[in-house]
Design a protein around this ligand. Structure first.
Ligand code: SF4
Ligand code: SF4
Ligand code: SF4
Length: 255
């Protein structure tokens, strides 16, 4: 990046998207006005298709949203990696493949035929949808579907202060208890909160649902214990996988 004369160069931040709904990029800016002004005072957004035109040759911090579904996407991602000092996976699609990995449950040809019919031959896709760390080295992750804007702001602040961004190590259940929720197992329902990384304040349970696992697994999850809990709830393994496959279909996060 070329510094402008007379100005201290601020870190150049870029946003890139692959296969996704782009909701995490929008939520990255879903901050208070004061937080956005603080962010813009601290960094220069040098590339962000949803916000501005133009681009840059190199980046201090690249936020990458979306999963990798085509070989050309993998090539583009590798190029972004080469030109970035720090790469951060933004949201579940980039982190664990997200909802896009539901496509991995059927053969790629069948998925193409279902979506494009007679035009299926016009498209070339990878056999499986991939999270970005299956293609490149990723420095940090901001998990969730969508991300938590506060966690985004904290991650940027940590990086600018030279601190290592850290994710919560405890499971969603801890925040769920702190929120005063009645556990859904007490209501005869099921949940993957015990093995899912906290940081969302158990928002789905508080809203009357259960945890789907969008923030990915905690470090060293006790999968066998979770499986036993779900088995005790009267579900077969097949039913468990069917129930929670929305964020657990890319293989890496499979129950
Ligand atoms: S993680 Fe969820 S909100 Fe973010 S881009 Fe993917 S589908 Fe959209
Ligand atoms: S509802 Fe889910 S997240 Fe909350 S305590 Fe029960 S298992 Fe844990
Ligand atoms: S409760 Fe579970 S599914 Fe909901 S936001 Fe938190 S981690 Fe994601």
């Amino acid at each position: 990046m070329t510094p402008r004369a007379g100005r201290v160069r601020k870190p150049g931040v870029a946003f890139f998207d692959f296969t996704c709904c782009e909701g995490c990029q929008l939520d990255a800016l879903n901050l208070t006005e004061d937080q956005i002004m603080d962010l813009l005072r601290a960094v220069e957004i040098v590339e962000f298709r949803e916000v501005k035109t133009g681009g840059c040759e190199s980046y201090d911090i690249s936020f990458v949203e979306g999963s990798i579904a085509r070989e050309e996407d993998a090539d583009r991602l590798r190029d972004i990696r080469e030109r970035s000092k720090t790469v951060i996976a933004l949201g579940a699609c980039a982190h664990i493949g997200g909802v896009n990995c539901l496509r991995n449950l059927v053969p790629a040809d069948a998925a193409l035929q279902e979506v494009y019919g007679d035009a299926a031959g016009d498209y070339d896709i990878l056999d499986t949808v991939l999270p970005i760390d299956a293609v490149i080295d990723v420095d940090y992750v901001i998990p969730g579907c969508p991300i938590n804007p506060e966690e985004f702001a904290r991650t940027v602040a940590d990086l600018l202060l030279g601190k290592e961004p850290r994710l919560p190590r405890h499971p969603v259940c801890v925040e769920c208890k702190m929120a005063g929720n009645l556990c859904v197992f007490e209501k005869g329902q099921t949940c993957v909160g015990p093995i899912t990384r906290a940081g969302c304040k158990a928002i789905c349970v508080t809203a009357g649902r259960h945890c789907w696992g969008c923030r990915g697994l905690v470090d060293d999850p006790n999968i066998d214990a979770q499986r036993e809990i779900l088995d005790d709830a009267g579900l077969t393994v097949e039913q468990i996988l069917e129930e929670f496959r929305i964020y657990f279909s890319c293989g890496k996060e499979a129950l």
